[in-house]
Write a protein that binds this ligand. Structure first.
Ligand code: GDP
Ligand code: MG
Length: 376
């Protein structure tokens, strides 16, 4: 089905709307049509033939549809798949210790530097536990998690639900539980701040059970790990638990194909240009690759580790990486794809930019293309 209106047909064909409508009327096609009515491909071709115009499908919309969906839909044969690191997201009520846990695990202290203790950025780091990797994502709140999902970017394999032992399940904890369940990802509970005096563990386990998260020690299937992000308690156990869940789920990907994945954050950084934090989900991303991500495109000029900013030449499945080379900052949650040709990438990016500006102009959410037809 082609999103083409009488108006766009007349503009593209260079004939007046009146003439198009007149022709349609002669052909008996007018039934209730107006300037904004949609023309399907068959009618458009018939009208064009009647007016002795030759029309050609312009490749824009089709290029995106065919190239991107071919990449998305291409199945990787079982023989191409290798295990990949699990991508783990911390979820939970504000101040329960999400950022502190990640800080401890990667050995840096971001919490102290945060304005008002509120996480500003979406962070993503890969850590190494005795040669086995885990990728962690820390977000300012589950809004970011939800928004990414809403854009079709399911970046998380496992959710760590952080519950402060002194507070128990709070409103945002409950929301996080429903988001994780909606995403269909396994949940591991980090019962954090276990170092505080007078915490009542049973109270929290009861609350978890009431939210259909029955702890394994109570016969359920949810692992509850006691942690203290300030003392370092339970860190090994948390990592081991995550690796066990990962093994059970056998996350895998094909490192020998064009990279694709998700942009989790991006910004314009003065003379470095656009720096985008990407998480590769499949394939391997390399310096020099041509990328398209939302309405941004470009060639990977440089890649750096998100952890220590060391230069990287390639990033395989589940690897978070800072990428320079986009012409504009892609949005959080946009999927990225590697293409073999910068012209195609530019064309797809422009089509998307055009479609979204038309959307915001007209206030409608369906994609409208004004360029499907071109005079030959
Ligand atoms: P977030 O909002 O979930 O990211 O929480 P933060 O990591 O920013 O932590 C909020 C506050 O709780 C900070 O002051 C941390 O130092 C403190 N905190 C985090 N984890 C622990 C813990 O295990 N024990 C104690 N006592 N305090 C903690
Ligand atoms: Mg935080």
């Amino acid at each position: 089905e082609l999103p083409c209106t009488i108006r766009s047909f007349s503009e593209a064909a260079g004939v007046s709307v009146g003439k198009v409508l007149g022709t349609m009327m002669q052909m008996g096609l007018q039934g209730g049509v107006n300037i904004n009515s949609q023309l399907d491909l068959e009618s458009a071709e018939a009208v064009a033939a009647e007016m002795e115009l030759t029309i050609e499908l312009k490749a824009t919309e089709t290029l995106e549809d065919s190239l991107i969906s071919e990449l998305e839909d291409r199945e990787d044969g079982a023989e191409t798949l290798v295990p990949r690191a699990p991508i783990v997201t911390f979820l939970g009520h504000v101040d329960h210790g999400k950022t502190s846990l990640l800080d401890y695990l990667i050995g840096i202290n971001v919490v102290k530097g945060e304005a008002g203790g509120i996480t500003q950025h979406i962070r993503a780091y890969e850590i190494d536990k005795d040669g086995r990797k885990i990728t962690f994502v820390d977000t300012p709140g589950h809004e970011a998690f939800t928004e990414m999902r809403a854009r079709g970017a399911n970046v998380t394999d496992i959710a760590v639900l952080v519950v402060a032992a002194d507070d128990g399940i709070m409103p945002q904890t409950a929301e996080a539980i429903s988001h994780a369940k909606a995403a269909g990802v396994p949940i591991v509970v980090a019962l954090n701040k276990i170092d505080l005096e007078g915490v009542d563990e049973n109270r929290i386990l009861t609350q978890l059970t009431e939210h259909q998260l029955t702890p394994s020690e109570w016969g359920g299937d949810v692992e509850v790990v006691r942690t203290s992000a300030t003392k370092g308690t339970g860190m090994d156990e948390l990592l081991e638990t995550l690796l066990t869940v990962a093994e059970l789920n056998e996350y895998s990907a094909n490192p020998n194909r064009e990279a694709m994945g998700v942009c989790i954050e991006s910004e314009q950084q003065g003379d470095r240009g656009v720096v985008a934090k990407l998480v590769v989900q499949n394939g391997t991303l390399r310096v020099g690759d041509v990328l398209v991500c939302g309405s941004a495109h470009g060639r990977v000029r440089a890649m750096n580790s998100t952890l220590n900013n060391e230069p990287m030449t390639e990033a395989g499945p589940s690897t978070p990486v800072s990428v320079m080379g986009f012409d504009e900052a892609p949005g959080a949650g946009e999927r990225f794809h590697v293409l073999d040709d910068i012209t195609k990438a530019r064309e797809i990016a422009q089509t998307r930019a055009h479609a979204s500006s038309q959307e915001s102009l007209s206030g409608i959410s369906t994609k409208v293309s004004f360029e499907n037809f071109q005079e030959m």
